[in-house]
Design a protein around this ligand. Structure first.
Ligand code: GLU
Length: 288
């Protein structure tokens, strides 16, 4: 099967070092395989979106040498596909409406595991919709992180598929769009390693193929926290791309080319020496 990879930023801030690492890692894997590298703008969460961030990210990527092989997919345009997936989950009775309040959820230890809502239905309020988490182990082999397994019920619980405001969750949108874009390998930060079992479960319920997964080490700040776009941590400067690209290559354990006139030249040199076996595991990965 022809390789198809992707980079899927959320427009919650400017491109920062952590997202540059994910862009670089996914680009190197796709180019090494002679495959396609796609872009997806994950703009499904308007309350968290920073105005102008999507345009700024899309404008910055070419400055770092990254150009997508197909038109950018915007999740904000994909409502009908998510509605269809949600309708299918309802039809197979995989989801249930949930009116639990924050305090009721807190009393459950934040994880909802009953497979049904314990609060009385309230016709005046829209419910959230949760996916019933079965008591099963989902296992997969991550290309960098090695064998993973997670009991969905224990670790994720009945997770939200559609929020009270009617917005679909990242998990559902990601699964629907990875399949729509024909993604064969997902390369992303290790902060999403523990989302992968939920996504594999959704793929099975929706009869969608499961891609391979490669989770990159996570860039942490000095205090050991994830660099988050919302915190505006470590923005990278598209006007001066080489230093950030060099740092990102070093972060991925790759040899750093000494001389390069511009970003495309640096990337070409990095690609010729790219070795996925050198990518370190370390980072903020979930245990177990
Ligand atoms: N949009 C997510 C983020 O920016 C990444 C999603 C993914 O790669 O699956 O953290």
């Amino acid at each position: 099967m022809d390789y198809r990879g992707r980079f899927a930023p959320s427009p919650t801030g400017l491109l920062h070092f952590g997202s540059l690492v994910a862009a670089l890692g996914s680009w190197l894997r796709a180019r090494e395989a002679g495959g396609r590298w796609l872009l997806r703008m994950e703009d499904i969460d308007p309350p968290r979106e920073v105005p102008g961030a999507a345009a700024a990210i899309l404008a910055a990527l070419p400055a770092f040498g990254f150009t997508a092989d197909e038109p950018v997919l915007h999740q904000s345009q994909r409502q009908a596909a998510y509605d269809a997936a949600f309708a299918r989950l309802r039809a197979i009775d995989a989801v249930f409406p949930c009116w639990c309040s924050r305090s009721e959820l807190a009393a459950m230890g934040e994880l909802h595991r009953d497979g049904r809502c314990v609060a009385p239905p309230d016709p005046r309020r829209e419910p959230a919709w949760r996916l019933r988490a079965p008591d099963v182990e989902i296992a997969f082999d991550d290309i960098v992180q090695g064998p993973q397994r997670q009991n969905l019920r224990e670790s994720a619980g009945d997770f939200v598929i559609r929020r009270v405001e009617g917005l679909y969750s990242y998990q559902l949108a990601c699964v629907v769009d990875d399949a729509h874009q024909g993604i064969t390998e997902v390369v992303r930060g290790c902060d999403l390693l523990d989302s992968t079992p939920r996504q594999i479960h959704l793929q099975r319920l929706l009869d969608l193929p499961t891609p391979r997964y490669l989770h990159l080490p996570l860039a942490l700040d000095g205090a050991g926290h994830k660099l988050s776009k919302s915190a505006q941590a470590w923005p990278v400067d598209p006007a001066d791309p080489l230093p950030a690209l060099r740092r990102a290559l070093a972060f991925l354990g790759q040899p750093v080319p000494a001389e390069a006139a511009d970003a495309p030249t640096l990337l070409a040199a990095a690609l010729s020496r790219f070795d996925p076996a050198l990518v370190p595991k370390r980072g903020g990965c979930f245990a177990g």
